[in-house]
Ligand binder design. Structure first.
Ligand code: AMP
Length: 172
């Protein structure tokens, strides 16, 4: 079984969540499977070892994958958060998402000029969130190496909104 097949088997589809017409990809069964969770982190660690200085995770499921990966690679972890959560000087970007609109923020001190950054989130849908996060990293002068996703909903063509390269373990 490939990692993509294992990830696919580790997801639970929840129809009409959080609103009608959305097929929600629930990653909690995968997280509850320690071997599979570790295999995902190990595969990402192999891909990015020696290539990055920092990992920026998108709240909240990007934190779940980004933090253990940062520990594994010995690099810093940066929080990209929903509005009003970060205490120090910050920058923000507003964006549209598959269900509604939102804003993300990052501390201005988190990423230094030319630092090599990996951006990570659990799922690429319309691409609005990741494109907004790209802009945050760009504004700080970071060198965005790649954006990693566990799952990409290919039919939504979110990747067309991204300026950087991206890597998805499972493309649906
Ligand atoms: P988007 O900005 O449309 O690419 O949406 C990406 C964000 O929304 C990610 O952080 C996902 O966690 C979440 N998301 C969007 N659509 C889904 C879905 N169908 N199932 C699970 N999470 C989703």
């Amino acid at each position: 079984m490939t990692l993509a097949e294992k990830v696919s088997a580790g997801l639970r589809d929840v129809p009409d969540f959080p609103k009608e017409g959305i097929l929600f990809k629930d990653i909690t069964p995968l997280l509850e499977n320690p071997e599979l969770f570790a295999e995902v982190i190990d595969a990402l660690a192999d891909r990015y070892k020696g290539k990055i200085d920092k990992i920026a995770g998108i709240e909240s499921r990007g934190f779940i994958f980004g933090a253990p990966l940062a520990k594994e690679l010995g690099v810093g972890f940066v929080l990209i958060r929903k509005p009003g959560k970060l205490p120090a000087e910050k920058i923000g970007v507003d964006y549209d998402l598959e269900y509604g609109s939102d804003r993300i923020e990052m501390h201005t001190s988190s990423i230094k000029k030319d630092e090599r950054v990996l951006l990570i989130d659990d799922l690429l849908a319309t691409g609005g969130t990741a494109a907004a996060a790209e802009l945050l990293i760009e504004k700080c002068g970071g060198n965005l190496i790649e954006i990693a996703f566990l799952i990409e909903l290919g039919f939504l063509k979110g990747s067309e909104k991204l300026k950087s390269d991206h890597h998805s373990i499972l493309i649906l």
